[in-house]
Design a protein. Structure first.
Length: 340
């Protein structure tokens, strides 16, 4: 009598084990479908793509590249915008000082000439401070040496100019020395004042086959002319050089004329940067559109149909409830058998 009972108990256990295994499989299906319904994406991407994982891998690489170009172009756009703001500030200083100085003549009261010279010295300091502006720890007008400010401070520049002008007495002498200091290769501006990169314009890639040149540095001739005119006016009433009344008035007037005429040089720098800004903005739009389009394509490849998934989820839930009822009944039969 015990043998048939043992055989019956073993059969019950086998059926119970099979039921539990089926229950676990149903629960996994339920979890998978619930996850797909909440995320909107299929769990087994490779199965959806019929084993061709390279397709989505290629799209992912394209999305990553487009996103990288879009972000780097956005950073460049921010940099170029900041450079334009700095040049606008420099231009405002140029215009204001040029207007003050151009009206100076020999008959202008000495105290007004002295005030104009002091204002020019302050304007030079403002210009240099603006051009030494950095963004995110990177100097804007230093070219490829963005880890350092492009210009020495105004006091250092004026002191070296004093030494260079020590033998100059006439207006023409002063102008010749200053032109040489600022413009000649190996002159004071290149060896002392400018600390940035003197090489080719800074280059940045904004697309796979598009490289832009950021042609705007503190050693640009247009910017250099502004600094020269400001320094000329600042030193016109210098106590160490002690120019006579005529030389002082003529230097102030000359500086004013140069500042007024210097708008063309600054406009040229800003125009070149503006052209680059247009290229960068187009790059941002293009890459953001590409990233969005590829993202939609990727989602379409792996998205789960919400209606179909919901229907399957309901069916599996009913299947799980039925399975639990079966397991419960099997457990009851096994218990009865055990009690017998």
């Amino acid at each position: 009598m015990k043998l048939p009972s043992g055989l019956s108990s073993a059969g019950d256990q086998a059926r119970q084990f099979s039921a539990l295994r089926n229950t676990a499989a149903i629960k996994r299906s339920l979890d998978r479908l619930a996850n797909e319904l909440s995320t909107g994406r299929v769990s087994d991407v490779i199965d959806r793509l019929r084993g061709d994982g390279q397709r989505i891998g290629a799209i992912d690489r394209q999305i990553a590249a487009a996103g990288s170009f879009a972000r780097s172009s956005a950073e460049l756009s921010q940099r170029l915008g900041a450079m334009q703001l700095v040049l606008e500030q420099v231009d405002q200083t140029r215009s204001r000082q040029g207007t003050n100085l151009i009206g100076i003549k020999l008959e202008t009261p000495i105290h007004l000439q002295q005030a104009a010279s002091r204002a020019a010295a302050q304007g030079l300091t403002e210009m240099i401070a603006a051009l030494n502006t950095g963004l995110a720890g990177q100097s804007l007008f230093s070219g490829d040496r963005s880890d350092r400010p492009p210009l020495a401070d105004a006091a250092t520049i004026l002191q070296d100019l004093r030494l260079a002008l020590s033998g100059a007495t006439t207006t023409s002498d002063v102008i010749a020395v200053m032109d040489g200091w600022f413009d000649l290769p190996g002159g004071g501006f290149e060896t002392l004042a400018y600390q940035g990169d003197p090489g080719p314009p800074l280059q940045r890639r904004v697309d796979r086959d598009v490289v832009i040149a950021i042609d705007g540095r503190a050693d640009d001739p247009g910017i250099r002319d502004m600094l020269k005119a400001m320094a000329m006016a600042a030193l016109a009433d210098d106590g160490v050089l002690a120019f006579d009344d005529r030389t002082r008035a003529e230097l102030l007037k000359e500086a004013g004329l140069r500042l007024v005429a210097g708008s063309d040089g600054l406009t040229a720098v800003r125009g070149r940067l503006g052209l680059v800004e247009e290229v960068v903005e187009r790059s941002i739009v293009r890459h953001e559109a590409e990233e969005s389009s590829l993202g939609q394509m990727r989602n379409a490849m792996i998205e789960a149909d919400p209606f179909r998934t919901a229907s399957e989820l309901q069916a599996v839930r009913l299947q799980l409830e039925t399975q639990y009822a079966v397991v419960a009944r099997l457990s009851g039969l096994s218990l009865v058998g055990f009690l017998r």
